[in-house]
Design a protein around this ligand. Structure first.
Ligand code: SF4
Ligand code: SF4
Length: 505
């Protein structure tokens, strides 16, 4: 949604006083006063990020939020933080619950290993997640950002709260920043940064545990430093990045870096439910004084909704890219409405059409379309997962080898075999060629047993009587049988025998 597209239309109750977007110049400098209402367009509409000015970064000092939604968000964040911290330590059949080892291309989801051979499932899973986010966003806006996103949870529910605890609320923080460097400032700022770094280091460790697993992480921590220099460097880089994000970069991670925020303009429409200011009810805004115009809207222009905003925006200007739907402004405004005896919900979860025309939530054609695609994708993934083979084997003729003819009239080819056991139990197997009287010799006399979630690499020599072979290339079938004699994998490969001129020699 264009950030300038709301408010729009007319106020049916207070016609002549409401200022719609069409009444305002987009130049950002003019001011219009239809019906006596005063809105400073230069203050309301921007063509730059809220936290960037000509002079550089505008540091945001949000007021400490309070209210029932904030309390609920705290509970949700405790739950999610617990999951985040516990997950790397949970094991299923000895495997971590979740592990995303990008370097070794080994992914574990709910204890099941996904090998590079399962890439299609992972890719489809990722696509499904994207479609789910698109559908969810077109219906419910950025609920994810405000309630579930790790960046918001760590920033607003951990680091910001530590900051309030050490430096006090917004005004005290401002004063502290302006203060010359004295003992109090050094202690507060220094103490805060030490705690921030310690927490970032902890998060960096956990983040690494999601990539390499807790066992390897403990090795890095406990072994001599020199033995895991790569791991240690990764750890320090992660910690440094988290520290920089939470101590300094902050809301800019959402407004500059996160692509999801930037996609809002294409994902949202007038039916999407977002944190929205009811401009129909609220305008024309007017201070809460004895001389207040009876025709004035419910907004008393106290700006409490602006003061609590962690991204430094005024939600009364409509949906903006910077809004992470944290609901802090909803809580702040509800408290104000209570104090001035007006109904709550001047800022609430609502769609543009709900505010402008009083329409209820509608499941639009676009949402139905996304739902169909999502259902199809989920169906495909379920099918692939349920039909995912327990063992994945590749057999190839050994590189640079053709055939050997033995004096007893056999032709032998050398094969390499890689077998992945995707179950948790060990599998012992034998190899046979159903169409030939073949002999199989495992090089190195290896036992054909592969442990659960492990890989076995085997080289074997396959001998087939020359009389059973066609000259040149023969397509042969190789079957793998478990210890009960059941065929669990059938593979096709090429077997090379002498050409016509040498055949029968
Ligand atoms: S908190 Fe409510 S009343 Fe105060 S400025 Fe914001 S919208 Fe208006
Ligand atoms: S406008 Fe409201 S919901 Fe959006 S980020 Fe600011 S405080 Fe949070």
């Amino acid at each position: 949604m264009d950030k300038n597209s709301n408010p729009s239309g007319e106020n049916p109750k207070k016609k002549g006083k409401y200022v719609s977007i069409e009444d305002l110049s987009f130049s950002g400098t003019e001011e219009k006063k239809p019906g006596g209402a005063v809105i400073d367009a230069s203050d309301s509409f921007r063509d730059t990020q809220s936290t960037i000015s000509k002079d550089g970064r505008v540091w945001v000092y949000p007021q400490k939020p309070q209210g029932k939604r904030y309390d609920k968000r705290k509970l949700v964040s405790y739950f999610l933080l617990a999951i985040f911290f516990i997950t790397p330590f949970i094991r299923i059949h000895g495997n971590p619950l979740m592990m995303f080892n990008i370097v070794e291309r080994k992914f574990i989801i709910f204890g099941s290993i996904f090998w590079p051979q399962d890439f299609i499932i992972l890719a489809l899973g990722f696509l499904t997640l994207v479609i789910f986010i698109v559908l969810f966003t077109s219906a419910w806006g950025r609920v994810w950002c405000g309630w579930f996103c790790p960046q918001t949870i760590f920033m607003e529910m951990v680091f910001r709260r530590i900051e309030y605890w050490i430096e006090g609320n917004a005004n005290k923080q401002r004063l502290l920043n302006r203060m010359p460097w004295n003992k109090e400032k050094i202690l507060k700022k220094g103490g805060k940064l030490v705690i921030f770094y310690a927490l970032s280091f902890l998060i960096g460790n956990l983040f690494l545990a999601y990539i390499i697993g807790t066992d390897k992480l403990f090795q890095i921590i406990t072994d001599p430093v020199g033995e895991h220099l790569g791991g240690l460097v990764s750890l320090l880089i992660f910690s440094g990045v988290f520290f920089a994000v939470f101590a300094w970069f902050r809301e800019q991670a959402c407004t500059f870096v996160c692509p999801y925020g930037r996609l809002q303009s294409v994902l949202l429409d007038k039916e999407s439910i977002v944190v929205a200011y009811d401009y129909v009810r609220g305008e024309p805004r007017e201070k809460f004084t004895k001389k207040r115009d009876e025709e004035a809207g419910d907004c008393i222009d106290c700006k409490k909704c602006v003061f609590v905003c962690p991204t430094g925006i005024d939600i009364r200007n409509g949906t903006q890219m910077e809004c992470v739907n944290c609901t802090a402004c909803m809580d702040a405004c509800d408290i104000v409405m209570e104090q001035v005896n007006k109904p709550k919900g001047l800022i609430r979860y609502a769609s543009e059409n709900n505010i402008k025309e009083g329409k209820k939530f509608r499941y639009t054609g676009r949402m139905k379309f996304y739902t169909v695609i999502l259902s199809v994708l989920v169906g495909i993934i379920v099918f692939l997962l349920t039909n995912r083979s327990n063992v994945d084997t590749r057999i190839l003729r050994a590189k640079g080898q053709t055939y050997t003819v033995t004096p007893d009239g056999h032709v032998s080819n050398l094969f390499t075999m890689k077998s992945i056991n995707k179950t948790y139990e060990p599998i012992s197997f034998t190899i046979r060629t159903p169409d030939y009287n073949s002999e199989i010799e495992i090089i190195g006399g290896k036992d054909l047993t592969v442990d659960g979630n492990e890989v076995i690499n085997v080289t074997f020599l396959l001998r087939i009587p020359q009389s059973e072979l066609e000259p040149g290339n023969n397509k042969i079938v190789i079957e793998l049988l478990d210890d009960k004699g059941n065929i669990y994998e059938t593979l096709k490969t090429n077997f090379s025998s002498p050409g016509m001129q040498d055949h029968g020699k």
